[in-house]
Design a protein around this ligand. Structure first.
Ligand SMILES: [Zn+2]
Length: 73
């Protein structure tokens, strides 16, 4: 059963929902989850350093990720 651990995204039908994510109640893949979050005006991203970053532009996050590739998780 290949669909045992993966679920097709109910938003784009092209991505898969990680099982752990599915168990949390999500039925969309990660990109669609971010897309949905983007549709709201602000996304609060809880940070391990006990502060919060208000993300208004997802591309900013992507830029941060790529510029810190291999560095900060
Ligand atoms: Zn999707």
């Amino acid at each position: 059963m290949s669909e045992d651990s993966r679920y097709l995204c109910t938003s784009c039908y092209g991505g898969y929902v990680p099982h752990a994510r599915w168990k949390l109640g999500y039925s969309t893949c990660l990109p669609c989850g971010e897309q949905k979050a983007k549709e709201r005006k602000h996304t609060i991203v809880p940070m391990p350093k006990s502060n919060y970053i208000v993300v208004t532009d997802y591309s900013l996050l992507v830029g941060l990720n790529s510029s810190h590739k291999g560095g900060v998780r």
